[in-house]
Design a protein around this ligand. Structure first.
Ligand SMILES: C[S@@+](CC[C@H](N)C(=O)[O-])C[C@H]1O[C@@H](n2cnc3c(N)ncnc32)[C@H](O)[C@@H]1O
Length: 277
């Protein structure tokens, strides 16, 4: 199978749509100040990928005047976001989108103390950074009263059903290969410690299941999404000396067959948080 990261991000959209915490989504919109042509709201999204959250915000119909800056460190992702955005911006003359290839760390360092955003978004991104270093700098881009909306933050639990005898070993090694397998709960607690006002924090678990057992009928492109998740396992653990390659291969083979047969259930525990500085 050919693996494409952009196809993975696109296949993730329908999974995220089900997963996003609806109370946090509502609270995000309710907390935002008004936006006008004279004083448009400025939003920043970091690790925007091909623009899953960008599109969600623009297509929500909740805001018609906006300056939106999307940052990602991969040129191919920013190119795809820019290509797709022509459709999202149609008939939205007062929404301006700026897409930039940059690391989030560099972007924050360049603008700290000089530029402020009314809201900062990070979707399926903050579990990739060092929270202790990054979060205090990031919050300097919010004025007092600015809104943070951080979604799909992985938080330590992965479940596959039906169970497999190698699950415990594989899942422990996979979590061990992550920068921080508990970033969701730590993100919320660090925000509390930093004295911001948490408006809503709640679960946004991915739950991916076949519509009909045995019919390989996953919705949208979610069979591909699952295959790509299994590919992440192979990439992360293939060269890990603590994981026996026979154990890994047997597990991957069984899981891939279950996707093809429409039998695999996959759950990843994640958290969303919305806060006011
Ligand atoms: C899991 S993807 C999520 C992408 C998008 N938010 C979505 O959910 O579809 C993480 C994204 O962060 C980007 N990324 C990783 N490290 C980064 C960094 N240090 N600065 C900026 N972007 C980064 C990757 O290129 C990738 O597009």
């Amino acid at each position: 199978m050919n693996y494409s990261f952009i196809r993975y991000l696109e296949s993730k959209k329908s999974v995220d749509d089900r997963a996003l915490n609806q109370q946090a989504w509502q609270a995000f919109w309710e907390a935002l100040p008004g936006s006008s042509r004279q004083f448009p709201l400025e939003m920043l999204e970091l690790g925007a990928g091909s623009g899953a959250m960008t599109q969600r915000v623009l297509d929500s119909g909740k805001i018609s005047t906006l300056m939106y800056t999307a940052v990602d460190d991969q040129p191919a992702n920013v190119e795809e976001l820019t290509k797709q955005s022509a459709e999202w911006l149609k008939n939205r003359p007062f929404i301006n989108l700026f897409a930039e290839v940059n690391t989030a760390e560099e972007f924050v360092a360049e603008h700290k103390g000089e530029r402020y955003f009314d809201a900062i978004l990070a979707h399926a991104f903050l579990d990739l950074v060092d929270l202790d270093q990054f979060l205090p700098n990031l919050l300097e881009l919010l004025p007092d009263g600015g809104i943070g909306y951080f979604t799909i933050n992985f938080d330590g639990d992965t479940i596959f059903e039906p169970s497999h005898p190698n699950d415990e070993q594989i899942l422990a090694a996979y979590h061990g290969s992550m920068r921080n397998p508990h970033s969701g709960r730590q993100l919320i607690y660090k925000l509390v410690e930093m004295g911001v006002d948490i408006l809503v924090a709640g679960s946004s678990d991915w739950v991916v299941y076949p519509k009909e057992n045995g019919d390989s009928r996953y919705p949208a492109d979610e069979a591909y999404f699952l295959m790509h998740i299994l590919n992440f396992f192979e990439q992360s653990l293939g060269a890990n000396p603590d994981v026996d390659s026979n154990v890994l291969n047997e597990w991957l083979q069984a899981r891939r067959k279950q996707v093809a047969d429409g039998q695999l259930l996959y759950i990843a525990h994640q958290l969303d948080v919305v806060f006011k500085k």
